[in-house]
Ligand binder design. Structure first.
Ligand code: LHQ
Length: 289
């Protein structure tokens, strides 16, 4: 009998009349709205949330649709169970009847699309790394804007152990985050970095107790929601180009983005509120009157 993927199973259950809640429990990606934040949870705990084609599709759709919602001000990416994400599901990758052929093509259609989408999002993405993050799972965390880690989290560039090249942007992000020689040792040896070491190396913003991770991520989400969104979006854009360009070109980019930021109603409101010693109200939209 042919095996159904999660997406096909969900569609079949829909036809068979399951409730929305029953279908949701089946999904390999869960989404939960908390205020203006969407928590996106990779949900294959039995395989440490490793990536199948189905999980790629659901994760990309969940993140893209949260990013398109103008009411959403941040996204938290996390994993169900004891892992964050163990990278590619190696059983699916090696299944001769499975969906994966050439790995380069697979990367382009799945991991590259995902990390490009995360990187280009209007809103900040917080990675709440709740356990082991291995292979592409580690590198997907590294493209997020703010990385929090539970005390039991680990970051492993496990590619060398299976004779693969670090992907999902890891060869770009890692040397920039930890320096070229640490990046070489981490990727060639494949040693696991503990949450504390990852913080020391500059990968992680904050380490929390495991049971305090969700709360800590929501506190960051709440702080981001209190800030003017356009300024955050433009700051993300400025930092994205900064690593690829010259100092002079980056000054031009800052000038152009600051010109846009300076014309925003949020900037006018924030400065007036500061001068008038009151709390700002960022509900008004558009450019300065
Ligand atoms: C897994 C996996 C997994 C399936 C744990 N797959 N089941 C891109 C393009 C295309 C192809 C290739 O790859 C890529 C990018 C990549 O991501 S390559 C890197 C792929 N990932 C890995 O090599 C990591 C493999 N996993 C591990 O080394 C360990 O599981 C880690 C270090 C993550 C965790 O170790 P433990 O805490 O000791 O857990 P465990 O090994 O006992 O795993 C628990 C279960 O999860 C186990 O299943 P079981 O039925 O025995 O309980 C594992 O088989 C399963 N699992 N990772 N990637």
């Amino acid at each position: 009998m042919p095996q159904l993927g999660h997406a096909q199973l969900s569609a079949a259950k829909k036809r068979l009349g399951c409730t929305e809640e029953e279908r949701h429990l089946d999904s390999v990606v869960l989404t939960e709205r908390v205020g203006s934040c969407v928590i996106v949870t990779m949900n294959r705990p039995e395989a440490l949330n490793s990536f199948t084609v189905d999980m790629h599709r659901e994760l990309h759709d969940a993140i893209e649709s949260a990013g398109r919602d103008p009411q959403v001000r941040s996204i938290i990416l996390t994993g169900a169970g004891r892992g964050f994400c163990a990278g590619q599901d190696l059983a699916e990758a090696t299944d001769p009847d499975g969906p994966i052929g050439d790995l380069g093509e697979h990367l382009e259609q799945t991991y590259n699309r995902l990390v490009r989408t995360i990187r280009r999002l209007r809103v900040p993405v917080i990675a709440a790394v709740n356990g082991v993050a291995a292979g592409a799972g580690a590198n997907i965390a590294l493209v997020c804007d703010i990385i929090l880690a539970g005390r039991s989290a680990k970051f492993v560039q496990s590619f060398s152990k299976i004779s693969l090249v670090p992907d999902s942007g890891g060869t770009w992000t890692l040397p920039r985050l930890v320096g070229p020689h640490r990046a070489r040792a981490l990727t060639l040896l494949g040693d696991a970095l503990s949450a504390e070491q990852a913080k020391e190396f500059g990968l992680v913003w904050q380490v929390t107790e495991d049971d305090g991770l969700r709360e800590a991520a929501l506190v960051i989400a709440e702080r981001l929601a209190a800030l003017p969104p356009e300024g955050l979006m433009l700051t993300k854009q400025a930092l994205d180009t900064a690593m690829e360009t010259t100092f002079d070109r980056q000054l031009d980019i800052e000038r152009d983005l600051q010109s846009r930021a300076g014309q925003s109603a949020d900037n006018a409101e924030a400065v007036s509120a500061f001068l008038e010693k009151r709390k700002p109200d960022f509900s008004a939209k558009g450019t300065k009157a």
